[in-house]
Design a protein around this ligand. Sequence first.
Ligand code: FAD
Ligand code: DLZ
Ligand code: SF4
Length: 537
Amino acid sequence: MTGATLRLVLGDQLSPTISSLRDSHLGNDTVLIAEVMSEATYVRHHKKKIAFLFSAMRHFAEELRQAGHRVIYVRLDDADNTGSLYGEVSRHADMMRADRIVVTEPGEWRLKADMEGWAVRLARPVDILEDDRFLCSHVEFRRWAANRKELRMEFFYREMRRRHDILMDAAGKPEGGRWNFDSDNRRSLRGHEAIPRRPDMIMDAVTRQVIDLVERVFAQHFGDIEPFDFAVTSIEAERLMEWFFRHALPYFGDYQDAMQQGAPFLFHSLLSPYLNCGLLDPRELCRRAETEWRKGRAPLNAVEGFIRQILGWREFIRGVYWLEMPGYARSNALAATRPLPWFYWSGQTAMNCIAQVVGETRRNAYAHHIQRLMVTGNFALLAGIAPAEVEAWYLAVYADAYDWVELPNTHGMALFADGGRLASKPYAASGKYIQRMSDYCRPCRYDVKQTLGSTACPFNALYWDFLSRNADRLGRNPRLAMPYRNLARMPASQRQAISLKAAEILASLDDSDRGSHPAPAEQMPLLLAGNDQADMT
Ligand code: FAD
Ligand code: DLZ
Ligand code: SF4
């Protein structure tokens, strides 16, 4: 028999088949799962995100016990809790005289870098194993990316389809004769389909206890904790997955980019928190989606679109993160330095699109992709908000947010701060895009058709000013040829008026007076402490 091994399982590693548990000796080894202050506060996560993870961690520990593992579960309010993962590993390794520590590699660079120093500090071997829950390993991604100047998801995705034989026909060609049906997937909703009602979740005593804890300890954090409607076990998460396949997947493709006031979820799966913490398996999700098409229960444009998000985007984003970190986070290709406006926390702004998205984010710890990219992301891009501030916001407010997935999406896709390593052009858009894809503009105080004047939609002047300000950096991008041609055609007087209007909008962001909408100080995130930005209204 080998000596005792301490197996650390992190809060986003709640999968019974995870590599760190695979060769576990049930009678000999101990699994450690720990709620720690350092992980809950390195950014001040949304209350709902912490409650979801702590409850899922507690349920998972119980499942492991039922399966015969010896489990030490450290609660946040345990008297001896040292407050950090290293502290807990050190304490328990000493107590049980562990010969070695085994852990699956963490999803965040900051923790991996820390963990790489643990063996020396603990004077014991620390085996950091590969996280093979992903469909593309670091080595495979590095091989794919080698010698490519630009990394483009579409080519990566085709290779993943072939390699994993997903949605491929017998001749090795993509089903339906095309790799991508995205051009069919841009419909705005405008009352076309009834949005299905999501299943109710039943809250058990474990979740109730965690909610009480989070309310008490993290009262200062952003977000509403109730109503709480997250799954906290793999069985419940699978129930939500089945619901999605049956009721929403058939429409997922058509309305993937739509936004509608009062309908935060539309036909999206809301499965990212479960995928990212290990309650659901991405392979299984792709296979199940494919079966829905093969059995004639969902159209190809929907199923291909859904699979592309998981097999394509999710794996690609992770690949870019591990390929490029830590330098990636430090790039700032558009030299954006403005502080994050306060309304990202308060939601108090007359821009209805932003108020809606921030309000839904506060309530649900969720916003769907186009809301993240084309409303809050687009505004931050156009206004030149410092990438690190925007990233800290996204990392804190969404229940599915971990650095490996949040950072490339925000830094690369939304802010173009990597200068185009990940996306071929910035996703910059005027108010016209938001008007086309949503019903936000009708009740808005601003007029989406105006660029100048006191009631003009701020996105419009900011859009043209963004192009103008960044002409040296972006003007030669062939994918921006059309907007730059339109800008060049504008009379100089109009360009000057737009530039003045944009300066006025940006100055109102910088105004430290919060006016009639003081945002509660307790919502201030740790990383942004001291930020004192104004509402734009
Ligand atoms: P659906 O629309 O139902 O899509 C299905 C699944 O595809 C998702 O569950 C998710 O796992 C995957 N997926 C889709 N798009 C992406 C993508 N771009 N990157 C990675 N996976 C994707 N996703 C996160 O999981 N965590 C984040 O912290 C995160 N931050 C983001 C920040 C910004 C600025 C942007 C633009 C996007 C971000 N995304 C993030 C990607 C995407 O917005 C979410 O994955 C999606 O909104 C989750 O909701 P859903 O499960 O309903 O997704
Ligand atoms: C996000 C999170 C939170 C809020 N709390 C914990 C925790 O108390 N214990 C833990 O093991 N993990 C937690 N996590 C998830 C970690 O932050 C995550 O494992 C790392 O960021 C690596 O992805
Ligand atoms: Fe947003 Fe402009 Fe539309 Fe108002 S008018 S909702 S600010 S895009």
